[in-house]
Design a protein around this ligand. Structure first.
Ligand code: ATP
Ligand code: MG
Length: 177
């Protein structure tokens, strides 16, 4: 699944609305420590429906909303949109958006149609993507994999990379029957 662009408004260090087109080929994001590179990846995971707060280095889901600085007041909402290729749609593209408002929780849209979290989760499963996709690799995952993982911990990742991740449950079921 190819992401064509992001719209980020009020997510973590992104105080203002920004549109980030992602052109064909390789895109790199560079900048000093703390400028928001990892926040970009978190924004993608968040819009894909990630609901485990621990994935966002905060103590509550509202911590993803821009918290303000000495010169800027905090935001009360944040929104992230991912435009990606989707062969099943007219035009071959879809904008999936998630928005959170303080005290109100999250809402999701496919283009202008409001949908439920479960629709978003299924949508990305169908596309072989989603917040836990092996294509999205965070710094903490690398550290965990290199420093602490056992061969058994590494195996699911290798199976996912080899495209055989779904086979073990089938093999177990076949062995039982
Ligand atoms: P590194 O090169 O060290 O990995 P990075 O570019 O990946 O850095 P991030 O971790 O993406 O940086 O960004 C961290 C910054 O985001 C910090 O400056 C932090 O203050 C800011 N930040 C995180 N949450 C919020 C928030 N809710 N509101 C405002 N700023 C936030
Ligand atoms: Mg980082």
């Amino acid at each position: 699944m190819r992401i064509n662009g992001l719209v980020i408004d009020g997510f973590k260090s992104f105080a203002d609305r920004v549109k980030l087109p992602i052109e064909a080929g390789t895109t790199g994001v560079v900048g000093p420590n703390g400028c928001g590179k990892s926040n970009l990846l978190e924004a993608i995971r968040w819009a894909m429906g990630e609901h485990r707060v621990a994935e966002f280095r905060g103590s509550g889901m509202e911590d993803v909303i821009f918290a303000g600085t000495q010169r800027r007041s905090e935001r009360s909402i944040c929104e992230v949109g991912i435009e990606h290729e989707d062969p099943a749609r007219d035009g071959g593209r879809l904008m999936v958006r998630r928005r959170i408002e303080r005290g109100e929780g999250s809402s999701y849209w496919f283009a202008e149609r409001k949908v439920r979290l479960s629709d978003v989760v299924l949508h990305y499963k169908d596309l072989g993507s989603g917040p836990t996709s092996a294509a999205l690799v965070s710094q903490s995952q690398i550290t965990r994999l290199v420093d602490k993982a056992t061969p058994a911990d590494r195996r699911p990742l290798l199976e996912a990379a080899a495209g055989i991740a779904g086979l073990k449950p089938r093999r177990d079921a076949a062995a039982k029957s």
